[in-house]
Write a protein that binds this ligand. Structure first.
Ligand code: 21W
Length: 202
């Protein structure tokens, strides 16, 4: 799968991509990630990507121009025809494991992370196919949400997680239910591993 990620904090994302399952997927070529920094597409010498909201209110709003130009460049570099563009937003539809399985079947995704109070609505209307939230709590931007979506989708790609049994048991009950785990030693302080688990037959 090819992914493009639009963010004014590309380093935040770059470092996350080095480690763990996602890091291995990138290293093996199962997952491609190209970063697009809206600042590089700003139109003025100060590389402005935000401005004050029309109608007043607190904080700043990300300008449509630099975001739109970033998405255009991502579409241009994307090796597949119609990458699905996702804007991460607290107002979005809740991201679920069920949606993750659908996204994992796509050839390409563009994930757009906002900062400040949000992005100009016209950018969302023009460019976003989907608006997703990862839950009812307040983040300071869309980057961590984009990483949650990327992590969830990446581990569903063929070959990325070694043991397909663990993937199957997750889709079985949405990946949310599990049982308590134990490993050696059999006694940790005074606490023993339950006898039923020591019989060998799970
Ligand atoms: C959070 C921006 C809250 C703006 C009215 C006016 C992406 C996110 C985000 C953020 C506000 C996701 C207000 C779960 C999240 C994200 C940044 C609104 C108060 N009300 N999923 N101003 N949670 N969050 N600020 O925060 O970009 S997906």
């Amino acid at each position: 799968m090819w992914t493009g990620i639009v963010s004014i904090f590309p380093n935040l994302i770059r470092n996350t991509l080095k480690e763990g399952v996602v890091g291995r997927a990138v290293a093996n070529g199962d997952l491609g990630v190209t970063l697009f920094d809206p600042r590089e597409y700003a139109e003025d010498t100060h590389k402005t990507v935000d401005d004050r909201p029309f109608g007043g209110g607190p904080g700043m709003v990300m300008m449509a121009g630099p975001l739109s130009a970033s998405v255009s460049e991502a579409r241009r570099l994307c090796p597949s025809e119609n990458p699905v563009t996702i804007y991460l937003s607290p107002q979005g539809t809740r991201f679920t494991q069920s949606l993750a399985t659908k996204l994992a079947a796509l050839p390409a995704l563009i994930l757009v992370a906002g900062r400040y109070e949000g992005v100009d609505e016209r950018f969302i209307e023009r460019e976003a196919d989907l608006e997703l939230s990862i839950g009812d709590y307040v983040l300071s931007g869309g980057e961590l949400a984009a990483m949650v979506v990327l992590d969830t989708v990446a581990r569903l790609l063929p070959g990325v997680v070694g043991n397909p049994e663990s993937i199957k048991s997750e889709s079985h009950m949405d990946g949310l239910l599990d049982f308590p785990h134990y490993t050696r030693p059999r006694k940790f302080g005074g606490d023993r591993v339950p006898d039923v688990l020591l019989q060998g037959d799970h």
